[in-house]
Design a protein around this ligand. Structure first.
Ligand SMILES: [Zn+2]
Length: 190
């Protein structure tokens, strides 16, 4: 019988302890005590300052573009407080510090700009999952099934948008990167 070898799996190696590795299993109690991550950790003043330092604002009624980390096409922000960390979508962070994100609420973009963090009825509002779905359907987006290709497109688009404005607001570069046909200083009406 031929031997099938998997170069990524070598049980002989996997069983050798790494130097300094602690094999004591983590109990739930010890995980809770150390609290390395807390999804409810409130934004710190430093996190809020860091957040605004990464926002580039279009003039007038335009979008406020997040220029920090981008994941899955949306902005991401991480912060720490007393050894505890939290990561949040940038637009949700904006709603949190505006005091508009109740438990269970989600952020809804009304300006078709996933990187927008402007809390405003024409840009970003707190919504519910069901209301967000109805709005997506009304806009012609299913909102239900997001293919991998769609997510890749959103990520590539968001990275291009971020790069276009990271050195300051540039309407020409933004229009080219975003593909948003709407006038730059006027949020689209639906
Ligand atoms: Zn916007």
């Amino acid at each position: 019988m031929p031997t099938i070898t998997d170069p990524h799996h070598d049980p002989g190696v996997a069983d050798i302890p790494l130097p300094g590795m602690d094999f004591e299993p983590l109990s739930h109690t010890s995980v809770r005590r150390s609290r390395p991550y807390d999804p409810t950790l409130p934004p710190t003043r430093a996190a809020i300052a860091a957040f605004w330092s990464r926002v580039v604002k279009a003039p007038a009624g335009g979008c406020w573009i997040w220029t920090g980390a981008v994941s899955d096409g949306y902005g991401r922000i991480s912060w720490r407080s007393a050894g505890v960390s939290r990561t949040e979508y940038a637009h949700r962070f904006a709603l949190v510090i505006a005091g508009e994100l109740d438990h269970g609420a989600i952020g809804e973009h009304r300006c078709n700009e996933p990187l927008c963090v402007r809390v405003d009825p024409g840009h970003l509002i707190a919504s519910t999952q069901s209301a967000n779905l109805l709005y997506a359907v009304a806009c012609g987006r299913t909102g239900i099934i997001r293919s991998l290709a769609e997510r890749h497109d959103r990520q590539a688009r968001s990275l291009a948008v971020r790069d276009a404005v990271s050195d300051g607001w540039d309407p020409v570069a933004y229009a080219r990167a975003s593909g948003n046909a709407a006038p730059l200083d006027t949020p689209p009406l639906f």
